[in-house]
Design a protein around this ligand. Structure first.
Ligand SMILES: Nc1ncnc2c1ncn2[C@@H]1O[C@H](COP(=O)(O)OP(=O)(O)O)[C@@H](O)[C@H]1O
Ligand SMILES: [Mg+2]
Length: 270
């Protein structure tokens, strides 16, 4: 079955449109010959908030890792703010792009949470006073200042994820890429995450199975299915389309699902 792909035109794309992302005919195959992405063509506008959704193995993490240059495509080109992602441009791409990994263990490696979050800002040769300000602000935003002296490898999954997100926030990136950021988070940490994503006004791409988070934070949704784009458009429209969601191995967000308890209360006039 062929599903429509909705191309979203960027509104008011002008001279400040430097934090855009282009995929031009991008295909990626892992060394064991697994074809993860096939002929991806996308334009993400400056300042857009985009949710990337799809079943396990659809290609979401691969797509984000290609933007950061962790992976390089065999075919096609990725352009971030006018710069093509190649081995030579990695340093400048990474100065602008903040990425939180699906697995936070890939991101926390110092002896304390504080050192981890300070690592990025210190690399930019900021004064210790400026580093301290950034680290404190990032830890406070994630509600984990009390964990600052703890070794990251001893933290719970959710605490570790919050620390990994804080280490990216401290870099104040121009483009934010988050791979499954709400997994392992408790409800309060998840709320904080949603608030911080909504406060981040630059370009952001978020992959998630948490479709309620996508609904609350993203104005555009891209659905990947078996390595191709099968939908690109409004979140509400796609979340209403139960038949297509089922075909792609997805389910409606909870907030859009029927609630048996509420309905029975309504029927009883409560
Ligand atoms: N390192 C790897 N080596 C081989 N295949 C991989 C590797 N990482 C991911 N894949 C495969 O690539 C496809 C896309 O994976 P991924 O991008 O991780 O999907 P998603 O994030 O949507 O779950 C899947 O078929 C997955 O099994
Ligand atoms: Mg993934």
């Amino acid at each position: 079955m062929i599903f429509p792909v909705f191309w979203v035109a960027c509104l008011q794309e002008d001279s400040i449109s430097h934090h855009y992302i282009d995929f031009k005919g991008v295909s990626f195959i892992y060394p064991d010959n697994t074809q993860a992405l096939s002929d991806i063509n996308l334009h993400i506008c400056h300042g857009e908030s985009v949710g990337i959704i799809g079943a396990n193995g659809a290609g979401k993490s691969t797509l984000l890792e290609l933007i950061t240059g962790i992976l390089l495509p065999q075919e096609g080109e990725i352009v971030v703010g006018g710069i093509a992602v190649t081995k030579k441009t990695l340093a400048s791409i990474r100065r602008h792009v903040g990425f939180t990994f699906q697995n936070p263990d890939n991101q926390v490696f110092m002896n304390t949470v504080w050192e981890d979050v300070a690592f990025g800002p210190r690399n930019y040769l900021l004064s210790e006073e400026a580093v301290e300000k950034k680290v404190t602000a990032a830890l406070e935003t994630m509600g984990i200042l009390h964990l600052k002296d703890r070794p990251p490898y001893r933290l719970s999954g959710g605490e570790k994820r919050s620390a990994a997100i804080a280490s990216v926030l401290a870099l104040e990136p121009d483009i934010l890429l988050m791979d499954e950021p709400s997994s392992d988070l408790d409800p309060r940490a998840r709320r904080k995450l949603i608030a911080l994503i909504n406060q981040f006004t630059h370009t952001k791409l978020i992959t998630s199975h948490d479709l309620d988070l996508v609904l609350e934070t993203c104005k555009r949704v891209i659905v990947l299915h078996k390595g191709t784009v099968v939908y690109d458009g409004s979140p509400i429209e796609v979340f209403k389309d139960e038949k297509s969601l089922h075909t792609w191995g997805l389910e409606k967000p909870l907030t859009m699902s029927d609630c048996l308890v509420c309905d029975s209360k309504k029927n009883r006039g409560q």
